[in-house]
Design a binder for this molecule. Structure first.
Ligand code: DC
Length: 226
């Protein structure tokens, strides 16, 4: 039986690495909804709709409705990458500039409604692992398996800092930590579907867990569906 696995949690808790590995082990499709919010942020910055005075939501939505956002499976990497109007923007969306803007974009109700609809369509066939902030609460409240991932702020900032450094991004540790704190604040306090654990989600605190250990935990929770 194919099911929907919803993985929610704070930024930099290793949700996507874990979700990718779980999807691979099960032969499921992995959908990174954070990449979708990042792609819209990329679009907003590219078109000049994001500035210190805010996001020009109307103008952004007009362009967004005409923009094709999709995931394309990369067999070499073993997971899907995000494309905006046919252009692979996987690298472009992972830098600190997008990270600094994405919460502003993701808190806009129009943007959320639009992306949530797209996400529901992507999950129609089941057999998916979807990660984000509101998957178990809003996108798929009936998902068969819900995971809520958390880890200490310090450990999350250290992981993210190493990742950015490896990519040649020279953000400082303090900047990365501040960005994580800022995103946690906006993600949990925004009006529209804030980050919150679904009542029936299983909590995994991975401060002291390896990726393999958390993947095994989720796979063992999956056993009853196989
Ligand atoms: O998972 P991530 O760090 O790539 O997500 C980027 C931002 O997008 C994050 O600050 C919160 C937002 N987001 C969201 O609001 N809802 C989702 N389902 C996924 C991400």
């Amino acid at each position: 039986m194919s099911i929907i696995i919803a993985i929610d949690g704070y930024s930099s808790t290793g949700k996507s690495t874990t979700a990718k590995a779980v999807a691979q082990a099960l032969g499921y499709v992995y959908i990174d909804t954070g990449a979708m919010y990042r792609a819209v942020t990329y679009l907003a910055l590219e078109k000049g709709f994001a500035s210190t005075s805010g996001i020009e939501v109307k103008a952004l939505m007009k362009v967004l409705r005409k923009t094709d956002i999709k995931f394309v499976y990369n067999a070499t990497l073993g997971f899907s990458e995000i494309y905006l109007d046919g252009k692979n923007i996987e690298n472009e969306i992972r830098g600190i500039e997008i990270a600094n803007w994405v919460s502003e974009v993701a808190k806009q109700p129009e943007v959320r409604t639009y992306l949530v609809n797209l996400q529901r369509k992507m999950g129609e066939q089941k057999g998916i692992v979807m990660d984000g902030r509101d998957i178990g609460t809003t996108v798929f409240p009936n998902a068969e398996l819900k995971i809520f991932m958390t880890a200490s702020e310090q450990v999350r900032a250290e992981r993210r800092y190493k990742e950015l450094k490896a990519k040649g991004d020279n953000a400082s540790f303090e900047e990365v930590l501040a960005n994580i704190q800022h995103r946690d604040h906006i993600d949990t306090t925004r009006k529209e579907s804030p980050l919150r654990k679904a009542d029936d989600a299983v909590v995994i605190d991975n401060t002291h867990l390896t990726i393999e250990e958390q993947v095994q935990k989720i796979l063992s929770l999956m056993e009853k569906y196989q």
